[in-house]
Design a protein around this ligand. Sequence first.
Ligand code: NAD
Length: 489
Amino acid sequence: MSLKIACAAGDGIGPEIMAATLELFAAAGVTRTAEFVPVEMGAGEFAKGNTRGMSDACVRTVEDCGLLFKGPMETPKGGGGKSINVTARKLWNAYANYRVFKTLPGVETVYSKAGISIDMAIVRENIEDTYGGVEHRLSSDMVQCKRLISAPGSEQVHRFAFETARKLKIGRVHCGHKANIMKMTDGLFLDRFRAVGAGYPEIECADVIVDALCMNLVLRPQQYRMVVLPNLQGDIVSDLVAGLVGGLGFAPSANIGNHISIFEAVHGTAPDIAGKGVANPTSLILSGLMLLRHLCLFKEASVVENALLTTLESGVHTGDFGRKETPPVGTAAFTRAIIENLGNTPTTVPAVPEAAEGDHCFVRPARPTGHQVIRTFTGVTSEVVGCDIYLDSVRAPAELAKDLGAVCEGTPLKLTLISNRGTQVWPTGSVFTECVDYYRVRFESRAGALTQAACVALLDRVAERFTVCSYELLRTFDGVKGFSLAQGQ
Ligand code: NAD
């Protein structure tokens, strides 16, 4: 046996559903190829004062294995403890969150009742966007969260989506975005989608604005097969789609990286039913199936999936779903029913074609010796053409303009714009635009390119008379403006 998978049972119902899943996998022969190595993560580690929520031994094992199978874990409330789920994805650069949603027999939804079958994947970027968690209080009344989108980070997730679509023979991939409003951030995400998609000529690249996507998903979900989205939008849309197939209890999740991938149930620790032996293990079993397929253990995956479908089809169910007329069973009986169905195939829904037995295909790149810098655009010529200085102030725009105009006199920069919450309020604007205590003032070059030093010198002069909250250089990249205009500009 060469393959080791780090396995964290999790908190709350985690140990119950993990035990059920591992028992099922053992019965299906998975443990002939893979060993599940227990690791300590979650509430127990937080309780020991370990703010990362995982022991050093756990980190070593996960990094050695390159695979983590995990149950749900509690996020400590308050006290600065971060979500261990987010920490794990970011720490190990598991950049693509891949979730598969399928109509399941025995799981009634408005769509299943209407005869609409759903089979869809959402690929969500997992590292960037507002999940960078870069937040600041800028003034008494204003806070900000920086939304970071990078070209190579976007390309990684798009490449994963197209590679997966190619393997699964999915003919069309959509990019969900809001590039009509966030032209630079979502615009870059969409641009990289098209650039990566050009390498997959057999797959149609389509795009859809995220709000329209949400409406279409509710109206006609069957029109989508795979949608790739930035982090926050992907988070929301994937839960929406989970709702279409019966809720989070039926939604598996894989977090794929180049070195380490994490497979987890997406529901929480269900503290209200923990320890009662009634939890539904389906989401974790489905996540385990994604793990098996990631390892090319297709035979074992198809046998387990068919047994699960046969069990669901027979009406056996835990208390959180299924027909009221049939009494629910507990976790152990539900798992036993699936084990008894190993080798059986469902009759009311298509069976998963049984794959031939084969060895695993898991190969990893060598462990990095230091932080890798990933790049998309190289050799770009950049020039400084101005700066935006953000001020904590409650003065009127015209008064600010008068003083700031005087401050930049005799410098290579001139005042060109004042905006508040992104709307221009000087040199023109509307008195109906309400202002808060946080202004952006834009200074641009009087003639030609500037030095950074000239902008910093101006910042110094402004800081002598105003409270500066933050500062951004305005740059062009190969002659194209690398900054947005204000609304109304
Ligand atoms: P939850 O998903 O734990 O529970 C919501 C409801 O769904 C509860 O009524 C629960 O009993 C039910 N439920 C959830 N999973 C079930 C299952 N497998 N079988 C039967 N019923 C199930 O959400 P919550 O109550 O908001 O969160 C509880 C804890 O879980 C929090 O600490 C939260 O931070 C954590 N959490 C962890 C993850 C993760 O590890 N990926 C995800 C979400 C929440």
